[in-house]
Design a protein around this ligand. Structure first.
Ligand code: FES
Length: 107
């Protein structure tokens, strides 16, 4: 397996335009497949911590179900104020597995 990457999910278990919550190295992460590409973002909204797992996806924009904040899943940017970001993680597909480069942020 590639250095720094952790296996998160079988690629066949993530459908196009779907959101799946997984735990990688103790962190709750959402995997999202759009246009055949897999994106990984933190599952908690940086506004007030709601889960984005039931958020609405339109193209590359994920809308929080609580108060409607919108994030670009490619870079995590909050669309109203781009200095506020949802954490994003690098992904790759290897041997049928989605790998996520999630570094534990204990410090
Ligand atoms: S908690 Fe996500 S918009 Fe408020």
């Amino acid at each position: 397996m590639s250095a720094g990457f952790t296996s998160a999910l079988n690629v066949d278990d993530l459908e196009e335009n779907s959101i799946k919550q997984v735990t990688v190295l103790g962190m709750s992460i959402l995997l999202i497949k759009h246009k055949g590409e897999v994106f990984a973002v933190a599952s908690r909204c940086p506004h007030m911590g709601c889960s984005l797992a039931t958020g609405k996806l339109e193209e590359y924009i994920l809308t929080c179900p609580c108060h409607g904040w919108k994030f670009d899943i490619r870079n995590g940017e909050y669309q109203t104020q781009k200095s506020i970001k949802l954490a994003t993680y690098e992904t790759k597909i290897e041997n049928g597995q989605i790998l996520v480069k999630a570094l534990a942020d204990f410090w």
